[in-house]
Design a protein around this ligand. Structure first.
Ligand code: GDP
Ligand code: MG
Length: 372
């Protein structure tokens, strides 16, 4: 609907553009014939003429967000889904060590010696319940995702070294969690070290409204050693407990939608992307749009490097079959047929190109003024 003005509306409604401008004036909107109007204004105008706004505003096929909405049918099919967890904390407080330990201690029998693929996310199985971890620790990935409208994280595990306490990036992580309204579980790490003082960490974090349950708050604290593995399983149990409280659900029956965790160009396989399924089930062969590109799922591999045919909600999978490499945080949507996915994908690619060109244009104008 971008760019629709009184002239366009005049054509659609079979009225003179001047009449539309007058009508809008009566409705309190000052405009001329060429000024583009927002959707709300168009809807008000349509209602005033007794016309269905949907008929005026052509469906925006390039908008992927709308496919994330659940229909009434979808809502009837909601099932429990695994939580998606991001580990955050100050540098050197043990994020990577914890992620590696979780990954290695919960690889199923027989796979333990196998190569562990790094696809940007992995799942652990704790007593038959899955937990998905995004394995790019750090705040940039999280902020970047959020900035681009991808809220994939359900829970944050905040790692704080017991011998170092609250540090600048700890506070940063807390602020990210608050802004995103994502609950935090605190893992007080390195309790094996002689200088460890977990109580001090609790005191410090209380100032940031992360108050342990023992002290009358509602934040879960676990004292761990990512290095020795002490209490690490308790972190997993606490994640599951918190996930139960959040009642995380998704409809596994609909067509899949989700988010790109990471993507790259592989010399042999072409564009590969790690997708996190958020609703529905993704199947090999599905036609899909991913960001500004499209394709068909040619192959699908899980976090263990195994070929799989389908992926349910909260599952990360690496896929091939896209035309170009998407960006991380891009959304993906599966369509009924390849024709539609091509149409939507091409529309989005066209827009992205236009956008880029406009940006480049602005830069030249700025440069022009700079040099004057
Ligand atoms: P990150 O920057 O948060 O990813 O931190 P790392 O996982 O890279 O850990 C930083 C350093 O702390 C490494 O030398 C780890 O071996 C060490 N480390 C991590 N966890 C523990 C722990 O529980 N105990 C001890 N003693 N050292 C740890
Ligand atoms: Mg690290």
């Amino acid at each position: 609907t971008e760019g629709m003005n009184a002239q366009d509306l005049g054509k659609i409604l079979h009225r003179e553009p001047t009449e539309i401008v007058k009508k809008l004036f009566m409705l309190g909107v000052m405009t001329n014939q060429n000024q583009s109007l927002d959707d709300d204004t168009i809807e008000i105008l349509a209602t005033d003429y007794g016309v269905d706004a949907q008929k005026i505003v052509p469906e925006d096929i390039g908008d992927l967000d709308k496919y994330f909405e659940l229909s009434d049918d979808d809502k009837k099919n909601l099932k429990k889904r695994p939580p998606v967890v991001t580990i955050m904390g100050h540098v050197d407080h043990g994020k990577t060590t914890l992620l590696d330990r979780l990954r290695h201690t919960h690889v199923t029998e027989g796979e333990a010696g196998g190569i562990t693929q790094h696809i940007g996310a992995y799942q652990v199985d704790i007593n038959g319940r899955l937990i998905t971890f995004l394995d790019t620790p750090g705040h940039e990935a999280f902020t970047e995702m959020r900035a681009r409208g991808a809220d994939v994280t359900d829970l944050i595990v905040l790692v704080v070294a017991a011998d170092d306490g609250v540090m600048p990036q700890t506070i940063e992580a807390i602020n990210h969690a608050k802004a995103a309204k994502v609950p935090v579980i605190v893992a007080v790490n390195k309790i094996d070290k002689p200088g460890a003082n977990p109580n001090h960490v609790m005191e410090q974090l209380s100032e940031y409204e992360l108050i342990p349950e023992d002290w009358g708050g509602n934040t879960i604290f676990v004292n761990i050693s990512a290095k020795t593995g002490q209490n690490v399983d308790e972190v997993l149990e606490m994640i599951n407990l918190q996930a139960d409280i959040l009642e995380l659900q998704a409809d596994p029956n609909r067509k899949a939608v989700g988010t790109v965790i990471e993507a790259k160009l592989d010399k042999g396989r072409g564009p590969v992307a790690t997708l996190l399924v958020q609703q529905g089930t993704l199947h090999v062969g599905d036609p899909l749009v991913v960001g500004n590109t499209f394709g068909r799922v040619r192959s699908m591999t899980n976090d263990r490097g195994r070929r799989v045919k389908s992926a349910t909600p909260s599952t990360p999978v690496e896929i091939t079959g896209l035309n170009t490499v998407p960006d991380s945080a891009d959304k993906f949507v599966v369509f009924d047929d390849e024709k539609t996915s091509r149409q939507v994908g091409e529309e989005r690619a066209k827009r992205a190109e236009l956008n880029d060109r406009q940006k480049a244009h602005h830069v030249t104008i700025d440069n022009l003024f700079d040099s004057m």
